[in-house]
Design a protein around this ligand. Sequence first.
Ligand code: NAD
Length: 489
Amino acid sequence: MTTQFDHWIDGRKVRPEGGEHFPTFDPTRAVPWAELAKGNVADIDRAVESATRAQRAWRRTSPAQRNRLLSAMADLIDREAGRLAELESRDVGKVLRETRSQMRALPTWYRYYASLAFQQDGRVIPHDRASIVNLTTREPYGVIGIIAPFNSPVLLTSMSLAPAIAAGNAVVVKPAETASTSVIRLAELFAEAGLPDGVFNVVTGLGAEAGAALVAHPGIAKVFFTGGVETGRRVAAEAGLHGKPTVLELGGKSANIVLPDAADLRSVANGIVAGIYAAAGQTCVAGSRLLVHSSIADELVDLVAARTEKIILGDPADDRTEMGPLAEPNIVDNVERRVDEAITAGARVRVGGSRLDAPGWFYRPTILTDVVNDMAVAREELFGPVLAVIRFHDDDEAVAIANDSPFGLAAGLWTTNIGRAHRMAAALEAGTVWVNTYRALSYASPFGGRKASGYGRENGLDGFAEVTVTKSLWIETSEESIDDPFILR
Ligand code: NAD
């Protein structure tokens, strides 16, 4: 028996205009578990109309009103964190322990941006002519379109949704076709919190249909896209044709670099394992390349391998499970193909390297040693549980290998030498560098990529700046008459 979900438009559930639903699968059992509304151009039109209407009033609400509402939304997420976590686990196969901890962190995004609603201030800019008053204000864009990926749908949606709403925008979200149910539940919760109808709308459906219609819609002022590189570039090109700005949060092939002076290698090994196998490798910041100094490589790889072999695969709802299935069967196929190719090219399997013989879409946590940086397993984002180990001999070589990548999302450094950490962090082409930790994320710290990993920033003040646009206001205070119309003052 599957559960049916509809769109969320104008503060209520709305059946799809085309009358169709499509199945979404439980990856643990490889069976359909829910049906989502198949959104089309007409559904997007309806959602954007509702958002446009709502935004006219929403942008005029006081900072105090927006602050109160976002705080109420945070309280309801707190209350419903368990249910949201269950929906997400079911949709994407992430272990419940992991989705629960993510949902517990989520309300703070809303509380943080609730506080920034009070700080949407501008500047007074001195002008050569003393009688001129020039000031800037930060205004909401209008209606913002958010296109979300399947991994962490509620958190990743919230990273642009919370600031967008706090700044006075309305939003239409198109979540991933494999992971929409938690985002729909979020919309229901926000309605319960008192968010006015139409400020937040969710249209589910296929990327090429509902997603493309959202990007092309003239009522959408800016698009926040999180997903794969190829899709992101297509979205940015389409948005560009319509003259719209975009923020692109794309993939990565992040290097986790371990220097010979790293502290306790057992603890480093745990950091490496958490960096790659969380969410079965399906995180954009997965530390999928382990760059290790040759002098400690054998010892560290032994430690990482010993922990990896113990990873408990299984049902994400079981509290003992450490890694669930992959979200889609085509990801398993791609991981399998790329691992086999790497083996043919000379890489060696230290751990894993195969599917699990189970009904769901499981692939064993895998370590490949003897990887060369030009192999596909070192260059392409697999979005699966595969760690590619590469040795280096000095700091410059480590930085060169890390930067020899199309991507520039994140990197990790493990060292006890603070000067070395600063020098290497400065040389790494990555939006985020972690030293002696990995995958730390905060509502207050800017997050985003370079190179093929995208552009623009989410979270923190940078994320707030992305949802507003500057207006420069000029006032001539002198009462002198304008004598010469051709002389600019
Ligand atoms: P995807 O690119 O397949 O899909 C992302 C979204 O785009 C989905 O909602 C999809 O329906 C939509 N879409 C597809 N075609 C479209 C089109 N033509 N027009 C408009 N929308 C369209 O990505 P995915 O498989 O869902 O997610 C995995 C990817 O997301 C990975 O590459 C991962 O690294 C990336 N990601 C990046 C970040 C980050 O913040 N940098 C975070 C999480 C995930």
